[in-house]
Ligand binder design. Structure first.
Ligand code: UDP
Length: 420
């Protein structure tokens, strides 16, 4: 990640450069409320997964603002991870069973970690506990003196009830909880906050690229730069509807000769479902040389960045979607997005402004044709999309919301938050 290698003092300037000076000033004002206070984040891994990705950026940025922030990670056992995997699946709706032995391991690992982390956690003023893995820590530390917030990053909209009932016992005692979308929130006996995910504008996935690097990727994948390109970058998953994207491309191509389609996603070697979807996609694509199905390695961040920039339009035709970071990423690059009318895509794609919401391949084709025939409109909507992301979905906004809700929680949830 580009930001990771910078000296810390340059980090704030780098964020000011993309998010605006005023955003950094505002963060500084909020940070002033944390003088003398210790904030601790706890999750279950330092690398891999969205939570670690965010904390890797959020913690240094918070420190640069003068906060006394710590990031602690659970030590787990194989049975602990088996249990948390089952919990995760159950909370997202799979009808899983939680065997007593695994639940014991889950609770035991939390007790052991509570002992190990007791000095830092008991003394902390504000603790953010991320996701279900460390949720029982709270119950293991009755002498804690600070406020505790449970930050749920997963989709709890349709949980398997026995699993949620079990976890709810561990999270009900928190002072507050945070969900990514309103539809993910569940009823709890404390204040609940909504904080949407965000992207890091300084990371390899989103940082500005020069034309040479984009051209090199275009050449590498055999795209013709003189003809229009639409792209969907996504795991090969049926909910992302890649076959529907091909159908939309075919319908649009009747009116936009020369149209090219990129469908790029991760390799599917260890995912039988993914492999089957890639098979469906290849069958649907047939021998059309203008459909580019690309299997990318997991660290292809700059390649994805370049593909999103090389595309005239980005599609995310999901039929079900939690948030859809690929939508944010494309919008940040000034691309209007034709997105499925579902989940978090609706938060990002403002119909007729930052893109179009669609429900069918026909609808997507109509919008592809409409936009590609009006390059000026593509530029206008792309600019709006980028502004919308700058104001709503950058890491700096997520930190601002954490700092603001932390002040409210520390103040005991008065009706007002006084900012100096
Ligand atoms: N992504 C990636 N490689 C791929 C496909 C996707 O790195 O081959 C990234 C994509 O850029 C985005 C994330 O994975 O940052 C996917 O997040 P999103 O919320 O769009 O969907 P999810 O896969 O979590 O359902």
């Amino acid at each position: 990640m580009q930001g990771g290698g910078l000296p810390v003092s340059d980090l704030l300037n780098a964020y000011a450069g993309v998010a605006g000076e005023d955003v950094i000033d505002h963060l500084g004002q909020l940070a002033a409320h944390y003088r003398g206070k210790r904030v601790v984040h706890v999750n279950s891994t330092r690398v891999g997964g969205g939570v670690a990705e965010i904390l890797l950026k959020l913690v240094p940025l918070s420190r640069e603002l003068g906060l006394d922030v710590h990031w602690e990670v659970l030590d787990g056992s194989p049975d602990f991870y088996r249990c948390t995997k089952a919990l995760h699946n159950g909370l997202q709706g799979s009808p899983v069973a939680l065997p007593a032995g695994l639940v014991d391991a889950y609770e035991q690992v939390n007790r052991e970690n509570a002992e190990r982390l007791r000095p830092v956690l008991e003394e902390a003023d504000l603790v953010f506990v991320h996701d279900p893995q460390p949720a029982p820590l709270l119950g293991c530390l009755p002498s804690r003196r600070g406020k505790w917030v449970w930050r749920c990053h997963i989709d709890l909209s349709r949980p398997h009830w026995p699993v949620w009932r079990y976890l709810r016992n561990h999270v009900a005692g928190y002072d507050a909880s945070v969900f990514s979308l309103a539809s993910f929130a569940r009823s709890l006996p404390h204040p609940e906050y909504l904080v949407a995910p965000s992207i890091d504008p300084l990371g390899d996935k989103n940082v500005d690229l020069d034309d040479e690097e984009i051209d090199a990727v275009v050449r590498r994948f055999g795209l013709d730069p003189s003809r229009p390109v639409v792209a969907q970058i996504s795991r090969f998953d049926r909910f992302k509807d890649p076959v529907g994207v091909i159908q939309a491309y075919r319908l649009a191509k009747r009116f936009v000769p020369g149209l090219q389609l990129v469908l790029a996603g991760g390799g599917a070697d260890d995912d039988p479902e993914g492999e089957a979807v890639v098979g469906d996609v290849r069958r649907e694509a047939g021998d059309d040389d203008d459909i580019h199905v690309l299997l990318l390695p997991p660290d292809a961040h700059r390649t994805i960045n370049a593909l999103q920039r090389a595309a005239d339009l980005v599609i995310q035709k999901s039929t079900r979607e939690g948030f859809g970071l690929t939508v944010t990423e494309a919008m940040w690059k000034g691309r209007p997005v034709i997105g499925g009318d579902t989940g978090g895509i609706r938060l990002q794609v403002v119909d007729f402004h930052t893109g179009f919401l669609v429900n069918t391949p026909e609808g997507a084709a109509l919008r592809i044709r409409y936009l590609l025939n009006q390059p000026e409109l593509v530029r206008e909507m792309g600019a709006k999309a980028q502004t919308f992301v700058r104001e709503n979905f950058l890491l700096t906004r997520q930190l601002r919301e954490y700092l603001t809700l932390g002040i409210a929680v520390l103040a005991g949830h008065g009706d007002r938050i006084e900012l100096g």
